[in-house]
Design a protein around this ligand. Structure first.
Ligand SMILES: Cc1ncc(COP(=O)(O)O)c(C=O)c1O
Length: 396
């Protein structure tokens, strides 16, 4: 069955009122701290940790469980837990699977706050942090030590878009008994199937494409059978949970994920190809363009591309001039996060610990939303025209 069909069909939600089953097409939003037991025997079982049902609000209420099951099926993993945000899921996963004395490897292009948590907090608990190049493959072997416990990948990185050779990394990691984690937010479970490439743990910022409307913060973590019990026990102890309303909205977002993603993909590619023809533009950094250094790997491993990519200018403009470009755009909002219906833009330089594919270059990152791509190109052209005028003023 196609993933879309499975997504749409996932609606087996029952609520029981006065013994009558009520089956709405969407799940009820279960809210609550107190969950009532049917009888004292069940309460006693819960006290002994032997109760199968839901015993408290932090114990994953049914709306949360419905979202977890939908994501688990999509990812093709063994167990999924959702968290209050993507970064919250990442942090808890790193805490679940590391201990004092471990060494972990981070890909140099991972989401900044992930690296920040490792450097500022995890290292305090005597976990050593190493960094591998963002286009790492079989050369990962050079970075592995006797105490390497896990490897954290993000492919493509959400700012600089380098792609890792995931099967090459996971083959070596498996041989050495090292866990591999992948932040799959850019591709979503629809465009990359990490478990099929040997990954053990998949993280998604559900905030982005899965929710799709920039009104939800949620994260999901899906693990393979090998790590399911450990992760489930950790989650229970940490008593992390996710907002029922947000889980409901994410489930709703999932129903339209494929058609939204297709639109993001087609529009982003159209804009990216056009940008390659613009005189002021130097590089367009988009994994689905043949000019991308790891395009061959993207083609081999991915089922599609999403709406986030970047470009650089031929000339490096000072911030005041860059402002002329950015501020003349009407359709691109200035803001973080991505994967929603509105087009967004950020412009920044990226320092890296061990790699510098675009040294000293400002990367203009575009989140191509659901607007008409022709209108978006016209808007960007206004920005380029403003820059050309600025250049003209300089030469006067
Ligand atoms: C690649 C990637 N992973 C994780 C996150 C964190 O997600 P959240 O905003 O849900 O905490 C982000 C957020 O921008 C991201 O870009």
């Amino acid at each position: 069955m196609k993933k879309t069909t499975e997504l749409i069909g996932f609606d087996n939600y029952f609520n029981v009122i006065n013994d009558n089953p009520v089956r709405t097409i969407n799940p009820p939003v279960y809210k609550g701290s107190t969950v009532l037991f049917q009888n004292y025997e069940d309460m006693l079982r819960a006290n002994k940790g032997q109760y199968e049902g839901v015993s408290y609000g932090t114990d994953r209420l049914p709306t949360q469980r419905a979202l977890e099951e939908a994501i688990r099926r999509l990812e093709g993993g063994h167990l999924t837990r959702v968290f209050q945000s993507g970064i919250n899921g990442i942090i808890n996963t790193l805490l679940a699977f590391t201990k004092s004395g471990d060494h972990i490897l981070l890909c140099d292009n991972i989401y900044g706050p992930t690296a920040r948590f490792c450097r500022k907090i995890l290292s305090r608990y005597n976990v050593e942090i190493g960094v591998v190049p963002p286009a790492v493959g079989a050369d990962i072997v050079e970075y592995i030590r006797g105490n390497t416990r896990l490897i954290f990948l993000e492919s493509p990185g959400s700012n600089t878009f380098e792609i890792q050779d995931i099967p090459a990394v996971t083959a070596i990691a498996r041989e050495k008994g090292i866990m591999t984690l992948l932040d799959n937010t850019w591709a979503t479970p629809l465009y990359l199937h990490p478990f099929e490439l040997g990954i053990d743990v998949v993280v998604e910022s559900v905030t982005k494409y899965i929710s799709g409307h920039s009104d939800v913060l949620l994260g999901s973590v899906t693990v393979s059978a090998q790590y399911a019990e450990q992760f489930s026990k950790f989650y229970r102890v940490m008593e992390v949970f996710a907002s029922p309303e947000d889980c409901y909205l994410a489930l709703r977002g999932l129903k339209t994920l494929e058609i939204r993603l297709k639109h993001h993909e087609t529009s982003a590619l159209q804009v990216a190809r056009w940008l390659e023809t613009v005189d002021l533009v130097d590089k367009v950094i988009h994994p689905a363009l043949p000019s991308h250094p790891e395009h061959h790997i993207w083609k081999r491993d991915f089922k599609g591309s999403s709406g986030l990519f970047a470009f650089t200018f031929k000339e490096e403009y000072p911030e005041t001039k860059l402002a002329a470009f950015v501020n003349s755009l009407d359709l691109f909002g200035l803001g973080y996060s991505w994967g929603g219906y509105k087009s967004l833009l950020t412009a920044a330089k990226y320092d890296r610990a061990c790699s510098a594919r675009y040294p000293d270059k400002t990367l203009v990152r575009l989140n191509i939303g659901l607007e008409d791509p022709g209108d978006l190109m016209k808007d960007l052209e206004k920005g380029f025209e403003a820059l050309r005028n600025e250049r003209g003023e300089d030469s006067v």
